[in-house]
Design a protein around this ligand. Structure first.
Ligand SMILES: *Cc1c(COP(=O)(O)O)cnc(C)c1O
Length: 354
């Protein structure tokens, strides 16, 4: 297939951008003028189209709505300090998307269609990338089974979409979390490592209960023993214990964040020791009681590095002093510096849109 046949482009006739207040952008509610749509049927991907953003017709029998063959990604394009546009490690998101696809018995999206689609969308909707610090263009690729068939089986039709929209900071304040011993997000052998729709729907009720108790989100424990720390709603979790960073080791039950991996790398570059291992929640509580738990933070594309200022466990609240959060502040600065190209991009993480 020739590269030019990967994509057809239909531009919108009238931009909606003038109606957007860029000083007040709620997360995930504003979308740009265009989207990419590609369909999979007859055993192959059909030509991808970039078209005006808008509703898509769906049969009530659409298989994803019944059985949850649905996956997504979350990534960002942003302006760098030298006035260019860049994405942060998009190859990682593409690879993870396809890993999620395999686990959910869905076809992989060819990397060239995916990458070209991202680049073309950014170029078309470049005016939608906010100029303000901390703001960016959030890119949401998704795929779902759209065979109109209510039989429990692998669908033979899929729709791949990339939608994009301007966003401000996800959490502007430190976050409090409740350690849940009652509910589980994922189990070993399940789909915890996939960015698949069902992983999120199942958490909404427990998170609502946690909110009623005054917490922003849940710190999930493993689904088998409800003992080992896994992650927070949409963030991986790190602790600083006696000057050392610790984070759960990868075992397939939590999302392997691009930000997590980048933070580990940056921490090592800066000379900090990082341990990836099983972390018993009892160890964290004991460390807090002994004054050794210095910092706790979450990492994710939407949230970057977010400080945790309190966690609740078995009816007790454990507070973290943000004045002590020096290591996470340093790492956050470095990560944001690399993203904005103010700090040398020594690992080649930026993909510029020329
Ligand atoms: C997306 C996500 C993360 C963060 O991953 P990044 O690649 O860093 O954005 C962490 N946990 C969950 C459950 C997620 O969905």
């Amino acid at each position: 297939m020739l590269a030019t046949q990967l994509l057809e482009i239909e531009k919108c006739t009238q931009s909606k951008i003038d109606a957007v207040d860029f000083n007040n952008i709620p997360f995930g509610r504003t979308f740009s003028d265009h989207m990419l749509v590609a369909e999979y049927f007859d055993g192959q991907w059909q030509t991808a189209k970039i078209m005006p953003y808008g509703p898509i017709p769906l049969s009530p029998a659409t298989s994803a709505l019944h059985y949850g063959q649905a996956i997504f990604e979350g990534m960002k394009a942003h302006r760098t300090t030298d006035g260019r546009i860049a994405m942060f490690r998009p190859d990682k998101n593409i690879a993870r998307f396809n890993k999620s696809a395999v686990r959910m018995s869905m076809p992989e999206v060819p990397e060239d269609i995916f990458m070209e689609g991202l680049l073309e969308l950014i170029k078309l909707d470049i005016a939608w990338i906010p100029n303000k610090e901390g703001c960016s263009l959030y890119m949401r690729p998704l795929m779902f089974a759209n065979e109109p068939c209510i039989g429990v089986k692998t669908s033979d039709r899929y729709m791949f979409i990339i939608m994009v929209g301007p966003v401000g900071p996800y959490y502007s304040e430190p976050v409090s979390v409740l350690v849940s011993e009652e509910y589980a997000r994922a189990v070993k052998g399940g789909v915890g490592y996939a960015k698949t729709a069902g992983n999120y729907g199942r958490t909404l009720y427990p998170v609502e209960l946690a909110r009623k108790q005054g917490y922003k989100d849940i710190l999930w424990l493993d689904g088998r023993e409800q003992k080992y720390v896994e992650e927070i709603g949409t963030m991986n979790v790190f602790f600083v214990l006696d000057g050392k960073l610790i984070t759960p080791s990868i075992d397939g039950t939590f999302l392997e964040g691009v930000t997590r991996e980048s933070v580990i790398r940056i921490a090592q570059d800066l000379g900090y020791e990082v341990e990836q291992r099983k972390i018993d929640i009892a160890e964290i509580v004991a460390a807090h009681n002994n004054g050794l738990l210095e910092e706790m933070f979450g990492t994710g594309t939407a949230a970057t590095v977010t400080h945790i200022n309190r966690f609740g466990f078995r009816g007790e609240d454990y507070h973290l002093d943000l004045d002590k959060a020096v290591i996470s502040k340093r790492i956050k600065e470095e990560l944001e510096g690399i993203k904005s190209n103010a700090v040398p991009d020594r690992h080649g993480w930026l993909k510029f849109v020329e």
